[in-house]
Design a protein around this ligand. Structure first.
Ligand code: ZN
Length: 267
């Protein structure tokens, strides 16, 4: 082994090798973590799919409902979980990340179900795993991301039921208590609006890391990104409309990152 070989987590109790991986390109080691729900009826089905060469999908770690953790791909290798995605201008998130699949059926086959809650034992295991990964790779808290953050038009996982607040209170990830939703407040920015306020919103979202074009028009991509932001940071209402609570929460997150744009990306 090379001296700089990347270690794997001691918390994984089994290595169930997936053939679906390759070489990391441009990243000697991961600098972010992408969280997923498996989105299949059972964990067994998800595990079979992620280890089937036909799927061309995998992840590094797989966390069961009971908190047991399996490893499918070595951390030094590029697992295939992100798909077409972007964060802070980086589009090869598979090379940049550790991928963690969390067993949960998600929004169901119709895409319309409310995702069921994640059991406490499972979340405790996710927290322990992310503390371990974060410490070994010096991953910045704000770079613990949802699949929906990096692919907002395609993905909704790990979904609005995922307890980002519990992770944050345990020292994992970056979050803040969302600004309250005001009844009868100012009209939210929503689909079809345009002008400087929309462009400013797009600029703040892009500064945080989301991949979107600053069109000045509250277009479909903007609606997807706002919904992704809400899923992660203001899950009480995920509607893709930028109300005052959503914008204030985004500003508070940015205010807590004094060095944003000056070192939060790969370097
Ligand atoms: Zn995913």
């Amino acid at each position: 082994m090379k001296g700089d070989a990347i270690a794997d987590s001691p918390l994984a109790e089994a290595f169930l090798a997936s053939p679906n991986h390759g070489e990391r390109r441009g990243f000697a080691r991961p600098d972010c973590v992408i969280l997923h729900y498996t989105g299949m009826p059972t964990g067994e089905e998800a595990l079979a799919w992620l280890t089937n060469p036909a799927s061309e999908l995998s992840c590094h770690y797989f966390v069961w409902e009971n908190g047991r953790i399996a490893q499918l791909v070595a951390e030094g290798r590029r697992a295939w979980h992100a798909g077409r995605s972007v964060w802070k201008g980086e589009s090869d998130l598979n090379s940049a990340s550790i991928g963690v699949e969390i067993v949960n059926p998600g929004h169901g086959p119709s895409g319309e179900d409310a995702p069921p809650p994640f059991p406490a034992r499972q979340i405790e295991a996710v927290i322990a795993l992310l503390l371990d990964i974060g410490a070994r790779h010096h991953i910045a808290p704000e770079r613990v991301l949802a699949h929906s953050d990096i692919a907002p038009a395609r993905k909704r996982d790990p979904g609005e039921a995922f307890p980002w607040d519990d992770l944050w209170r345990a020292g994992v990830g970056y979050w803040t208590v969302p600004a309250p939703i005001e009844a009868g407040g100012a009209q939210p920015l929503r689909r079809g609006d345009e002008g400087p306020a929309v462009r400013a919103l797009q600029a703040l979202l892009a500064l945080y890391g989301y991949g979107l074009d600053l069109t000045g028009v509250f277009d479909k991509q903007t609606e997807y990104v706002v919904a992704a932001f809400q899923r992660h940071f203001r899950p009480q209402r995920v509607d893709g409309a930028a109300d005052s609570s959503t914008i204030a929460t985004l500003r508070a997150l940015l205010d807590g990152l004094p060095l944003i744009g000056m070192g939060a990306t790969k370097g």
